[in-house]
Design a protein. Structure first.
Length: 278
């Protein structure tokens, strides 16, 4: 069956569904390929040199912010620096690039969470992005800590947390499956104690109801991985337009091939051909 898979189109971020293991699809144009079934098979990805903006379809020589053309990168609120640094949200100053987008995506409930992707980290996401965000980061466990009124406020809470906890994933360790066991319920209690004064101050400024401590359970996530790489070598379609190998696993937004790993998200917007060779 699988040897008949040969599709061409624009690459998208991999849709994934929580479960044990997480169920991944490869999204190429309108095609959705069930990836978990292809583990143990040889696959090939060819990039034909065309990148089309995921927002406006225009072709672009270079991809900005994982799939956008330069004009969109400069114009869209989704590409503004406050998306990476939510504490810099400037909606309240009346300078949001797209106020309507901001209202729908930023001025809505956000979750401040703890996750274990390569050790303990804090992160924030729009409430509707749970658990997608955690899967994209390759977290093996994650737990909501606070529900807050806006992206801006989640950023301010995250800044307070960063004094005590990392906010980055070591993706090499994540891909090696090199992850310590953590009790996230306990870590959540510990961190809430450490930031209690910061939270009190933020509540005084933004309203008592704007930050809620939540008592939600830990979510565990398993990934479809047959063989963990001993050394993590990365494929880059910009340098090597043909990538081939035995699919050994999928974690985060990475395909793990016996020849190296490839971050699918990084190549969003690239026109590719994907084939199963055996
Ligand atoms: Zn564009």
């Amino acid at each position: 069956m699988s040897e008949s898979i040969d599709v061409t189109g624009r690459l998208r971020k991999m849709p994934a569904e929580a479960g044990d293991p997480v169920a991944y699809n490869l999204a190429i144009g309108d095609n959705r390929i069930t990836l978990n079934d292809l583990i143990g098979h040889k696959v090939r990805l060819n990039f034909d040199g065309v990148i089309r903006c995921i927002h406006c379809d225009r072709t672009t020589k270079k991809s900005f912010n994982q799939g956008y053309c330069y004009p969109c990168f400069r114009k869209l609120a989704a590409c503004d620096s406050c998306i990476m640094s939510p504490e810099k949200c400037h909606y309240h100053l009346g300078t949001c690039r797209e106020p309507e987008w901001g209202e729908a995506n930023c001025m809505v409930e956000h979750v401040v969470y703890l996750a274990n992707s390569s050790g303990l980290k804090v992160g924030i996401t729009r409430a509707t992005q749970v658990p997608t965000r955690w899967i994209d980061q390759g977290a093996v466990t994650a737990i909501p800590m606070l529900r807050v009124a806006s992206r801006y406020l989640s950023g301010l809470v995250e800044v307070a947390c960063k004094n005590h906890v990392a906010d980055r994933t070591n993706w090499r360790a994540m891909l090696k499956g090199d992850v310590p066991e953590l009790d996230l319920v306990q870590e959540r209690e510990r961190l809430l104690d450490l930031i209690a004064d910061d939270l009190a101050q933020l509540r005084a400024q933004h309203g008592e109801e704007s930050i809620r401590i939540v008592d939600e359970a830990t979510l565990g996530l398993g990934y479809p991985v047959q063989v963990w790489p001993a050394k993590v070598k990365t494929h880059n379609l910009d340098k090597t337009p043909e990538v081939e190998g035995l699919l050994e696993g999928i974690k985060g937004q990475y395909l793990m091939l016996d020849t190296g790993v490839i971050n699918i998200r990084k190549f969003t917007g690239y026109e590719v051909r994907f084939r199963v060779l055996d």
